[in-house]
Design a protein around this ligand. Structure first.
Ligand SMILES: Nc1ncnc2c1ncn2[C@@H]1O[C@H](COP(=O)(O)OP(=O)(O)O)[C@@H](O)[C@H]1O
Ligand SMILES: [Mg+2]
Length: 231
């Protein structure tokens, strides 16, 4: 059985309102080191909102998020954003070189670190000198992943990272996600796709209407999914 210290991210009784609407109502969850935990649930369940609370893109109205036992509100934002990387649903790169995209906001970044991040994201060294405008969506998503990796995160948050991709590109990104976890990253993967959670995740949290409806092994939430999620 994993020890409590094996869970670098712990969420306690999280509540969030947005625009007068209750979005998260008392979320308890924990995310195991070096594993892939999927947050699954139907559209509007609060998956993105929960993920955004994990690196303070949102601040909850109640409850707390602990990173290695420390409330993330007491961690400096720049430190937090390095330790907890975020990959968004659609790959967002600015116009210009991939090198500039990877190094954005960083001082004294080393060439070898940029190349390491590209390789870790499954891209060849030559991408460093390419332009961001000439990429496939899958390649752009890899550059976004590499941009996080340059910052040497402990945790990688991914919000539906394959939803903009075709089936083959999505399968390749799923393989990459597994490889990153094998290399020690702790991954929180938001997906509305239960099959994806079953194929890549070690654990899953089912979110329905801002509440945790089930948590456990991905196969354990099937029953709750069929009960809670009307398709
Ligand atoms: N900025 C916002 N203002 C008002 N309501 C929001 C905002 N962001 C999200 N919501 C609402 O919160 C609920 C959960 O949204 P979200 O976290 O995006 O769900 P999911 O990612 O599971 O689809 C939805 O009902 C959505 O309409
Ligand atoms: Mg979402």
């Amino acid at each position: 059985m994993p020890e409590p210290s094996d869970f670098p991210v712990v969420v306690h009784d999280l509540h969030l309102k947005r625009g007068g609407r209750v979005v998260l109502r008392g979320i308890d969850a924990r995310f195991e080191a070096g594993k892939i935990t999927a947050i699954v649930g139907p559209s509007g369940a609060g998956k993105t909102s929960l993920l955004r609370c994990l690196n303070r893109l949102e601040d909850p109205d109640g409850g707390r998020v602990l990173l290695d036992g420390t409330d993330i509100r007491s961690i400096a934002p720049t430190e937090l954003r390095h330790r907890v990387g975020m990959v968004f649903q659609g790959p967002i790169l600015f116009e210009g070189g991939i090198r500039a995209n990877l190094a954005y906001g960083l001082r004294d970044v080393r060439e070898e670190d940029l190349l390491w991040a590209l390789r870790e994201a499954g891209l060849k060294d030559e991408f460093l000198t390419r332009d961001s405008s000439a990429l496939s969506v899958g390649q752009a998503q890899r550059v976004c992943i590499a941009r996080c990796l340059v910052r040497k995160p402990e945790i990688l948050l991914m919000d539906e990272p394959t939803s903009a991709l075709d089936k083959d590109a999505a399968a390749r990104i799923e393989t990459l996600i597994s490889t990153l976890a094998d290399h020690g990253l702790t991954i929180v993967l938001v997906t509305h796709n239960l099959a994806q959670a079953r194929s890549v995740a070690d654990a899953a949290v089912l979110l329905v209407d801002g509440v945790v409806a089930a948590a456990g092994a991905p196969s354990d939430i099937d029953e709750a999914w069929s009960r809670e999620v009307r398709s």
